[in-house]
Design a protein around this ligand. Structure first.
Ligand code: PLP
Length: 349
């Protein structure tokens, strides 16, 4: 979901960007006009996340999935190893991809309870020889979220923040690398943001494609080839909106209140069952079910009639998922809870 004001702002200049006679979609990525959009967006993101000068921001293509490969190719080193926390679908895919390039040790795997929880720090088995420790901050499909930053001593932290970036403050200097596919909480699909500690770049495997080499991409300021120009422009508009809402701190207070409202209802419901265990619950993706697949399908059908869209759970899990990204207003959750109450009454609960 994107704020309507952002879509309207894009609409207002879609055919003619600031009297240039051109749409952003028509510009050369090497033009002064676009170079300014690019530089301003980078500054806005640096400010929003308080990115220190030790770290570089990259605007890339290929989605989060390309980073599943780029990370080991760049950071594992020849004959190296890495430690992965598997807490859901995407971290599992990332670990599988990394196995192609080096030794992967699994620090934890929450599959034993259907990825309904995040293991505690004391349960993480982090190999001391690991070149990096990898985890996914928010498990979009299962609806769990890490509520702590793992302590890995000197081992660089690599984090997939695709579905919770910009939803709360993070201390970027705690991380060797943060990355996110933009389409969940930042901008339209097609942009991937990487924030990397520059001291980690330059050790890529010799087979690493140039277009995936962080060292090369840093030197070329993300422009080894054409970056996703339109998405970068849209990210700039989103970041203006974010600032007007009090930045990431503002987002954090909104998201906590929004998710609490829904979890509170779920905890008191006799019909709906939340998937994630207490203490591991995601504020971004709230997953729940009735325990009856036919009833779940009824619920999803009825929801769309009430204008509550995209509420069907991921095909891996079934059930329902309410994605409460930054642009979701409190009224969205209130409307959902209202419909859930009505659904309970209709089913004599
Ligand atoms: C959606 C998602 C991905 C995959 O993103 P793509 O851009 O489609 O490759 C990876 N990780 C997380 C946490 C996601 O939510």
């Amino acid at each position: 979901m994107m704020p309507e004001s952002v879509l309207k702002a894009a609409q207002s200049e879609i055919t003619d960007y600031r009297s240039s006679g051109m749409s952003v979609m028509e510009m050369s990525h090497r033009s002064k006009l676009f170079a300014d959009i690019f530089a301003e967006t980078k500054v806005k993101l640096k400010k929003a996340l308080n990115v220190p000068d030790s770290h570089e921001i990259l605007f890339l293509q290929g989605g989060a999935t390309l980073q599943f490969a780029a990370i080991p190719l760049n950071l594992m080193g020849e004959c190296g190893s890495a430690s992965y926390a598997v807490t859901g679908n995407f971290s599992n895919l990332a670990a599988k991809e990394a196995e192609k390039y080096g030794k992967v040790s699994i620090a934890c795997n929450s599959a034993d309870r259907d990825h309904s929880y995040i293991p505690a720090q004391s349960e993480l088995k982090i190999g001391s020889d690991a070149e990096y420790f990898y985890y996914c901050a928010n498990n979009t499909i299962y609806g769990t979220e890490w509520h702590y930053v793992p302590d890995t001593k000197d081992i660089p932290l690599v984090c997939d923040m695709s579905s919770d970036i910009l939803s709360k403050p993070v201390n970027v200097s705690d991380f060797g690398l943060i990355y996110a596919g933009a389409q969940k909480n930042m901008a339209p699909a097609g942009l991937t943001v990487v924030i990397i500690d520059k001291s980690l770049a330059g050790n890529e495997l010799s087979v690493c494609p140039s277009v995936m080499s962080y060292d090369t991409l840093i030197k070329k300021d993300s422009m080894l080839n054409t970056p996703p120009c339109w998405c970068i422009y849209m990210l700039g508009l989103m970041l203006d909106w974010l600032e007007s809402m009090g930045g990431v701190a503002g987002m954090e207070s909104i998201k906590s209140a929004r998710a609490a409202k829904l979890y509170d209802f779920l905890d008191n419901s006799k019909l709906f069952i939340p998937h994630a265990e207490r203490g591991s619950r995601s504020d971004m993706n709230v997953t729940f079910r009735t325990g009856n697949d036919a009833l779940d399908a009824d619920f999803v059908r009825g929801a769309s009639k009430h204008g509550l869209l995209n509420i069907k759970g991921h095909r891996l899990t079934g059930g329902m998922r309410a994605s409460l990204y930054n642009a979701m207003p409190m009224e969205g959750v209130e409307a959902l809870v209202g419909y859930m109450k009505q659904f309970e009454v209709e089913h004599n609960v």
